[in-house]
Design a protein around this ligand. Structure first.
Ligand code: HEC
Ligand code: HEC
Length: 319
């Protein structure tokens, strides 16, 4: 069972940290605000440091409870760093250290070439269940600049620092994932932090201060169009990173608990049917239709995925 006092004392520690963070923010806002463009093409206000804070304290700057309604872009009080751990600086799963050079690239989901700002807005509209940031906003430019800066750090990192300290990568069992078995894993290994109701725990009484433990389902979670809502994507993340600080689940436990959290209600994204204009490029574990095959939606959601993969491979071979 969740020990509330445990969660409470951690909460106090975070509160103190937040108070310091807010003081720093208040100081910075008065210093920036200029719109002059620097040598590298970014406005002066779009600093890497602002980008770092946007990824760490996302809800404080662009969350759904922002005092200025015009700044409410994210639909959740989660942070980018809820998934991109250590603000994207941790090597391994969902690291942002080597992301920048991959863009622009062809996106199967969008059906065209997309750049880093588009990719950030992909997470804004799905993982963060919100609206896209304007492409010329200080906020998206600061985030982009921060992610480019991370790659600069990565380039000069020694080989040993680039190695992640994760356990072996997730190997998908060739069966349907079992959400009911996953519920037991959840109760034993996840609930202490994420809560019996899966709704997480806010850091303070003010939601804009974000989460101590982010929600895994419910109205403030990622929406059904998010990458994390795919069982295999969630499983890769959970195997590598969760339970936080003690990621030691087996592949079977990981598979089932991923199915369990993604069997729960979450916000619905409109117009998901326009994703993947070429439906044969859709991921085997895309949980929402339409599909270019006759496998039932349940199988796309929970597996087994291997037969779906084999079907598409046989199509390619017969071309
Ligand atoms: C609920 C979890 C979650 C949250 C919150 C989230 N992301 Fe992501 N993000 C993902 C997943 C999953 C991917 C896809 C990784 C893949 O394709 O393998 C991704 C991919 C990305 C990528 C592309 C990385 C690459 O190497 O190609 C960027 C950039 C990114 N996210 C930025 C952000 C930003 C900025 C925010 C906050 C505004 C954010 N994300 C919030 C889960 C999340
Ligand atoms: C010790 C506390 C703790 C435990 C136990 C734990 N988590 Fe987490 N989890 C976190 C924190 C904290 C984050 C946000 C990342 C950060 O702040 O560094 C997180 C983030 C996540 C995320 C991505 C963000 C989101 O809310 O969607 C998922 C998915 C997740 N955890 C799943 C699990 C699962 C499944 C388990 C059990 C196998 C688990 N966690 C156990 C603390 C925990």
């Amino acid at each position: 069972m969740t020990t509330h006092s445990q969660r409470g004392s951690m909460q106090t520690a975070i509160l103190t940290g937040l108070a310091i963070g807010v003081a720093v923010i208040a100081g910075t806002l008065t210093l920036t605000g200029g719109n002059e463009t620097g040598a590298d093409g970014y406005p002066d206000a779009a600093t890497e440091e602002y980008g770092r804070r946007l990824l760490r304290d996302t809800s404080l700057y662009i969350g759904p409870n922002h005092d200025d309604t015009a700044m409410r872009y994210s639909g959740t009080d989660m942070a980018c760093a809820s998934c991109h751990l250590e603000i994207g600086t941790k090597p391994g799963t969902l690291s942002l250290l080597s992301s920048a050079p991959k863009y622009p690239r062809d996106s199967g989901r969008d059906g065209g070439i997309r750049d880093l700002r588009d990719r950030i807005n992909g997470c804004m509209q799905r993982s963060m269940n919100g609206k896209p940031l304007p492409r010329d906003s200080i906020e998206i430019m600061a985030m982009e600049r921060y992610i480019i800066g991370l790659n600069g750090q990565y380039e000069v990192m020694g080989a040993s620092n680039r190695i992640s300290d994760e356990q072996a990568v997730f190997v998908e069992p060739n069966r349907r994932a079992d959400p009911e078995a996953g519920r037991i894993v959840y109760e034993n290994r996840c609930q202490v932090c994420h809560g019996a109701d899966g709704l997480g725990l806010l850091a303070t009484a003010k939601p804009a201060n974000g989460y101590l433990f982010p929600p895994l389902w419910g109205p403030d979670s990622y929406n059904n169009g998010a990458g994390m809502n795919r069982v295999l994507t969630a499983a890769r993340f959970i195997k590598a990173r969760m339970p936080l600080g003690q990621a030691d689940l087996t592949d079977d436990e990981t598979f089932d608990v991923s199915a369990y959290i993604n069997s729960k209600p979450r916000p619905i994204k409109a117009n998901l049917d326009v994703d993947f204009p070429d439906r044969t490029r859709k991921h085997v574990d895309s949980p929402y239709p339409p599909y270019a095959d006759d496998f039932p939606q349940d199988q796309h959601k929970y597996g087994p995925f291997q037969p779906i993969r084999e079907y598409y491979e046989s199509l390619k071979n017969s071309e």
